[in-house]
Design a binder for this molecule. Structure first.
Ligand SMILES: Nc1ncnc2c1ncn2[C@@H]1O[C@H](COP(=O)(O)OP(=O)(O)OP(=O)(O)O)[C@@H](O)[C@H]1O
Ligand SMILES: [Mg+2]
Length: 252
């Protein structure tokens, strides 16, 4: 017996209803022979901000890359679901079309293009994203610098552009890898304000950050990675309150 389209739609809706908005289940990922992501599971409700923490080399970047379906590390097993759709069977560009946006540590601003061209290029890929006017409203600094070449921006401005580009692409799950990295404290405060407004807009975000206290203050939930495994998953406040946990896994 073949299923009718309506029955299949109903089935998809049931799957959506029964799963969290985002779920990574038992991810195992490798760089060649190196087994790095060792059974990571995470789940998030829509609009949550999750701080993904852990020492240098714990596997934070690798986990984000596996979720974004980049070629490396190679995901050998595990499931990734976003908004009722399986991403583990997809390639990076397909996952990006479903709304996964990774802002890597180096920000990847495209050379030779102005701020506005960087944003327009992002919009071509995903016409459902934020219009330019809305982006400029939230990032007045980018509006001022719209005709400047993107790679000549300051570190903080490049971070703003990288986040704005994700919004231009209609992001559903934002993956931020160390957005405060290499920025002066006053610029960190500016980026914090932007992340606060992202939170208010209800954009589901995984925030990887060395500055764990700042990340925990913003986040609703926290997960701690150690040697490629999740060793804590709970509220951000629990980590702030648990000095022993922080010392053991975060050295703070
Ligand atoms: N391209 C690669 N090839 C082989 N091993 C890698 C590669 N990239 C990372 N690794 C290894 O994987 C482990 C996890 O690295 P990863 O970059 O995910 O950690 P991290 O938690 O993001 O660290 P950091 O806080 O320093 O950014 C490390 O042991 C690292 O040496
Ligand atoms: Mg990293």
């Amino acid at each position: 017996m073949t299923e009718t389209a309506a029955a299949m739609d109903a089935k998809t809706e049931t799957q959506k209803a029964s799963r969290p908005f985002f779920e990574a289940h038992d991810l195992h990922a490798y760089y060649g022979e190196s087994y790095i992501v060792q059974g990571v599971s995470l789940s998030m409700q829509e609009g949550e901000i999750l701080a993904l923490l852990g020492r240098n080399g714990a596997g934070k970047t690798s986990t984000l890359r596996a979720i974004a379906r980049l070629a490396e590390p190679e995901l050998k097993s595990g499931e990734i679901w976003l908004n009722g759709e399986p991403l583990h069977t997809m390639q990076a560009w397909q996952a990006a079309r479903r709304g996964i946006q990774l802002v890597p540590e180096d920000r990847r601003i495209i050379g030779g293009l102005t701020v506005e061209e960087n944003l327009k290029l992002a919009q071509i890929a995903e016409p459902r994203g934020w219009p330019l006017e809305k982006i400029y409203e939230h990032f007045p600094r980018l509006a001022e610098r719209r005709d400047q070449e993107g790679i000549t921006l300051s570190g903080g401005e490049q971070q703003m552009l990288a986040v704005a580009r994700a919004l231009a692409r209609d992001v559903k799950l934002l993956l931020l890898d160390e957005p405060y990295e290499g920025l002066a404290p006053v610029i960190v405060q500016e980026i914090e304000k932007i992340l606060q407004s992202i939170k208010e807009m209800g954009i589901t975000t995984i925030l990887v950050e060395q500055n764990a206290i700042a990340a925990l203050q913003l986040a609703d939930r926290a997960a701690i990675l150690d040697m490629g495994q999740i060793v804590f998953d709970g509220s951000a406040q629990e980590v702030l309150d648990d000095e022993e946990l922080r010392q053991r896994y975060l050295a703070i």
